[in-house]
Design a binder for this molecule. Sequence first.
Ligand code: SPV
Ligand code: MG
Length: 431
Amino acid sequence: MKTVYTCFCTEVIHAGHLNIIEEAHKRGKVIVGCLSDKALIRYNRFPTLDENARMELYKKIDGVEEVVIQRDMMYDDVIPALRPDFVVHGDNWKTGPESAIRSHVEELLKEYGGKLVDVRYTENEEVRKIDMQLKERLAMPEHRRRRLRALIGMTPIVKVMEAHSGLTGLIVEKCVVENEGKLDQFDAMWVSSLCDSTAKGKPDIELVDMTSRFRTIDDIMEVTTKPVIFDGDTGGLTEHFVYTVRTLERMGVSAVIIEDKTGLKKNSLFGTEVEQTQASIEEFSAKIAAGKAACLTKDFMIIARIESLILEKGMDDALARARAFVGAGADGIMIHSRKKDPGEILEFCDLFRQSDKTTPLVVVPSSFNTVTEDELASHGVNVVIYANQLTRAAFPAMKKTAETILKCHRAKEADDMLMPINEIITLIDEL
Ligand code: SPV
Ligand code: MG
């Protein structure tokens, strides 16, 4: 009896999957691989049913002989171990980043004469609707909010990219790349005060009010499913912060990061070039504790951001604050620096981890940008935030286009630098 392998990620079995099983069954004994949660989040949607529940679902399909877990998105674990005569997959993986997986599977099969069967992808109204419903489920506040904590437990480092509008949110949501034989994507979005303010042509001094900041979050959430981390600046008055926490939590935001500054906040990347005052440990601890007391779920995180290194107050001060803020209930610590060298950040992480192995650590490598995700993870960092790169990419491109049109008295010369019109009009999916 020949063996046929097919890998599933789905949480709902529809006509497309049944067709694949039928095609597989014609060729022999069917083994379904359930792609593990850890592998799934690197290139597909976050599962709302975990791998155990999905395995149970697949076992119930008629014609399925066996269900195994597949931990490697590239099939390196399952194919050499099972040596199936056939691998069956929908032909949708012939294009886009997934084609890298298909090519790799072909190579693996070639080694012992196994065959790849591409089954025509089922496109119909039912399949489209199910797909849409699964996506919508992830966007619901309950599902979205809890995913940041889940991701911290699932992946060596959670990768977060800034978003300040529906469009930038879509870029973070949909960008999947193939690199070094693997697929990858961002895990979550950062609603930066710097970028939100800059998009409105305003300075980053807590001038853009909370109602407007919430509106930005809503624009992003409307068109995405990934978790959101909100840059809450200083958190404002404690009496106001508790309301902010409630609103963010209800919206489905996963975390707010507040920084231990007081008075007129300026952007940290100015460092000591501008007047900035750090809040006392007692004052900031009280704000964290009040915020935690206002939370209605265990999912929502309040992360304390420490400005001691930015304000040149030293490592001991940063560590003392970190311990105090965790003691006050902070669900994570963000440590910031504007040095080009990541040395002081890595030193902080190593020292912090000596006595605290579990509290999530967050860093924002805007200045110390040579440091890699692997390096950060090896020093105990759990979340990396790319805080402003999309804004900084768009601004020079827009400026150059405006200048080119002014110089040429027409748009033709600028057009060569631009996205084609037919791409922009199809960029946004319609319901
Ligand atoms: C932001 O993105 O607004 C931040 C990070 O707070 S930083 O600009 O580095 O202070
Ligand atoms: Mg900020």
